[in-house]
Design a protein around this ligand. Structure first.
Ligand SMILES: *Cc1c(COP(=O)(O)O)cnc(C)c1O
Length: 369
């Protein structure tokens, strides 16, 4: 049978790692794929579609309005551009040159993350200049206030497992500080699951990825007040032009947002039971101990953790992850240096879970497939 994967010589990968950009983001539901197909077959007035999708984003997030993007990364760039240029066409068309407009974006040092690219660069792309305050493990309100001045355009807060999880100023403190100084707060909540929580904190612009928790196509969104979202959409006539979102993506994002939600808590309970079973099955492998662990950033995700004893297992955790990747199975290796690998249930189908067990077991029998 004809398969483009085969023609290209790039076989489908088994993803036990999480929502990974490097593995193609989300696998889409048939309803989402069908919505994208519907969009692909007709022309549409794009400006009207952008506004309509903004309303869908508003409904999903509880914010007043929304602005779709190609991803959370472009969402950050567009949010920054919007607070610098607003709807002023001359300023919009001059970006990333901010002229005499305030352009400094203040963020805690422990939030200056690299998610595949540095967040500082996304700020610069939007015409801003990232100003990191405090230290990697300690940032207080006083650090934020020390950096706020006439050139401050926004405060940036990053909610992510990539960020330092302790010693940082809280979002409530950040929002309060922004209010006191009349400066908008931008939140990068790219991979967060509770879409309604972050806008409800009082943050002015909240950025999500559409291809992570939401399970949509490669896409993203910003939400906030109607005025702020109009300013975000206006950037598509400027720096956001090379980040334009296609109609197929917009339809796919809308369908994913409509389908997202209600069954998440249930799904999390089911995933935990699945991971408990998997942990028991893999515990028989030599040099491998297993347990189920919660998400380090507090999301409702339970993963099977494998701790590798190199002497008994015949390879260390990083080595084992590399051997698995070579046979098309990708596990979460963020903690490999500490001897641990994780299996993430979210992207893993039941048949792929079997394939994972089979291929992992085969490595220990020395029988590569
Ligand atoms: C993934 C991620 C991004 C980028 O999201 P895209 O949708 O891939 O552009 C930005 N910030 C954080 C914290 C992320 O985890």
């Amino acid at each position: 049978m004809h398969s483009l994967h085969e023609d290209l010589g790039v076989p489908p990968a088994v993803n036990a790692s999480g929502k990974m950009t490097a593995l193609g983001g989300s696998v889409l539901d048939e309803r989402v794929i069908s919505a994208m197909g519907e969009a692909a077959r007709q022309h549409v007035v794009m400006d009207d579609l952008l506004v309509a999708v903004g309303r869908e984003i508003a409904r999903a997030t509880g914010a007043e309005d929304g602005c779709p993007t190609t991803g959370a990364a472009s969402g950050i760039a567009i949010a920054v551009a919007s607070v610098i240029a607003g709807t002023d066409l001359s300023r919009i068309e001059a970006l990333p040159d901010a002229g005499d407009a305030p352009r400094e974006v203040v963020l805690p040092f422990g939030h200056s993350v690299h998610f595949g690219a540095p967040i500082r660069q996304m700020v610069a792309l939007g015409g801003g200049r990232a100003v990191e305050v405090g230290s990697a493990s300690k940032v207080t309100v006083a650090h934020l206030e020390g950096a706020i001045g006439p050139d401050t355009a926004a405060l940036l807060y990053v909610k992510s497992h990539h960020a330092v999880q302790k010693g940082m100023v809280s979002l409530a403190e950040t929002v309060e500080t922004g209010r006191r100084h009349g400066i908008p707060v931008i939140v990068d909540a790219a991979a967060e699951e509770d879409l309604r929580h972050w806008p409800a904190t009082g943050a002015d612009l909240v950025v999500y990825s559409g291809g992570k928790a939401v399970g949509g196509p490669t896409s993203g969104m910003i939400c906030g007040s109607a005025a702020r979202m109009a300013a975000c959409r206006a950037q598509y006539g400027g720096i956001a032009r090379p980040m334009k979102v296609g109609k197929e993506t917009l339809f796919g994002l809308v369908q994913a947002l409509r389908d997202y939600g209600s069954d998440r808590a249930e799904a999390s309970g089911g995933q935990r039971a699945r991971m408990e079973k998997l942990a028991a099955r893999l515990a028989v492998l030599p040099g491998i101990t297993t347990r189920v662990v919660g998400d380090e950033a507090g999301r409702a995700i339970h993963r099977t953790e494998l701790t590798v004893d190199p002497a008994a297992a015949g390879r260390d955790a990083a080595g084992l992850a590399a051997e698995l990747a070579a046979v098309g199975v990708h596990v979460r290796d963020h903690h490999a240096v500490t001897g641990r690998l994780m299996i993430d249930p979210r992207p893993l189908r039941a048949d792929e879970e079997e394939l994972l067990v089979e291929r992992l077991t085969a490595l220990f029998e020395g029988a590569h497939r």
